[in-house]
Design a protein around this ligand. Structure first.
Ligand code: NAD
Length: 256
């Protein structure tokens, strides 16, 4: 379905971004990977679908590096047809103890990077009259949780950016939508499970049960593959008129 298209997925060396990249590659899209850590493992998982894969290591907190990455993608593949703004980090602390530098980093990586990548991707998408911008927000783009001020502020901002981007392009073939996962067992969440196990003196299994039990009625993690398939739907012709939605995949978290 996506043969001949190019998808750039930020933060795709791990977790949800890697799941998105693999799902889009299974549909035939060439992929630009981005993110820190091991690149060869993720690259070979995506290449298994027989598509072309490139990597750019831009630090998404740095607008100049984002600009380099967008130029790099255009030079390798002509243009970016599908942009998945996924890179993100977390830090937990009450507002009065929240380190200002962590606030700045979370706003830069989880929110401002999506603005920069989108503003740089849109001209070519509009010229082609086809494009998909998919912002990986969170249930925390829709509701709050204690100790996550920067993350919740960034994700609410990302849902707002999604709506405006969708509206500004509503009469074009370019759509913008957000995906709002509940708990997904990635390194980002495993750190929160580990912190809980340490604080409560309990096992990993008990900490996981507590984490899910507080928020997620299904008592199940959503998987990166399931989220990747929602991204594929947003890229399909059936989603041509899906514009500006914030679609939660959260085991019932936000239904409560
Ligand atoms: P993860 O830690 O597994 O992956 C994060 C990715 O972002 C990695 O590839 C990492 O290298 C990259 N990254 C981090 N900082 C970066 C930077 N400055 N520049 C470039 N890349 C950077 O986390 P994840 O759980 O897969 O999270 C991915 C996205 O999904 C995030 O935006 C997160 O907020 C969101 N999300 C996660 C969950 C969850 O439960 N895991 C729930 C809702 C939303």
């Amino acid at each position: 379905m996506l043969k001949g298209k190019t998808a750039l997925v930020t933060g795709s060396t791990s977790g949800i971004g890697l799941g998105m990249a693999k799902s889009l590659a299974r549909q035939g899209a060439n992929i630009v990977l981005n993110g820190f850590g091991d690149v060869d493992g993720p690259r070979s998982q995506v290449e298994a679908s027989g598509v072309k894969v490139e990597y750019h290591g831009a630090d998404m907190s740095k607008p100049g590096e984002i600009e380099d990455m967008m130029k790099f993608a255009a030079s390798r593949f002509g243009r970016v047809d599908i942009l998945v703004n996924n890179a993100g980090i977390q830090h937990v602390a009450p507002v009065e103890d929240f380190p200002p530098e962590k606030w700045d980093a979370i706003i830069a990586i989880n929110l401002s990077s999506a603005f920069h990548a989108s503003r740089l991707a849109l001209p070519a998408m509009k010229a082609a009259n086809w494009g998909r911008i998919i912002n990986v927000a969170s249930v925390h783009g829709l509701v709050g949780s204690v100790q996550k001020s920067a993350y919740v502020a960034a994700k609410h901002g990302l849902v707002g950016l999604t709506k405006v981007t969708a509206l500004e392009n509503a009469i074009t073939g370019v759509t913008c939508n957000a995906i709002c996962p509940g708990w997904v067992l990635t390194p980002l969440v495993q750190k929160q499970v580990d912190a809980r196990a340490l604080a409560n003196g309990c096992s990993n299994e008990e900490a996981t049960r507590q984490l899910l039990g507080e928020k997620e009625p299904s008592m199940q993690f959503t998987t990166p593959d399931e989220l990747g398939e929602l991204a594929v739907f947003f890229c399909s012709p059936a989603a041509n008129n899906v514009r500006g939605v914030a679609w939660n995949m959260d085991g019932g978290w936000v239904a409560q």
